[in-house]
Design a protein around this ligand. Structure first.
Ligand SMILES: [Zn+2]
Length: 120
């Protein structure tokens, strides 16, 4: 049973804005790797056809580390990481949305699943 809905979100200063189709009844990922553990991101993964960047491509800064499969994109004005682009295990592009950056979503009601990214 899918509860996919349309959400909007973006960075703090408002330059980066996107729209995403998400099923938030599914678990979101809290990872403890050197990046997510510091930033506190809670990620939901969607295929690129469920994600539309409305504005802000010009202010996104790309940061890569480790295996360089994920583009950690942050707003160069306010510094917020509202989403990332990466490759899934099957090689296809995946968008990782930081659910903390979605409008009108109560973070406390999300089903958070811990992921041990530090040990990978
Ligand atoms: Zn910003």
């Amino acid at each position: 049973m899918s509860e996919t809905k349309s959400y909007t979100g973006g960075c703090q200063c408002g330059r980066v804005r996107y729209e995403v189709q998400l099923d938030l009844s599914k678990p979101v990922i809290a990872c403890n790797c050197s990046m997510c553990g510091r930033a506190g991101t809670m990620l939901a993964f969607v295929p690129p056809d469920q994600f539309t960047l409305r504005s802000g491509e010009d202010v996104l800064t790309d940061y890569q580390f480790n295996h360089n499969v994920i583009h950690h994109l942050f707003c160069r004005v306010c510094g917020i990481k509202s989403f990332a682009r990466g490759k899934g295990r099957d090689g296809g592009v995946q968008i990782a949305v930081n659910t903390r950056c979605l409008d009108d979503v109560n973070i406390d009601q999300l089903n958070v699943q811990k992921f041990d990214g530090r040990s990978r």
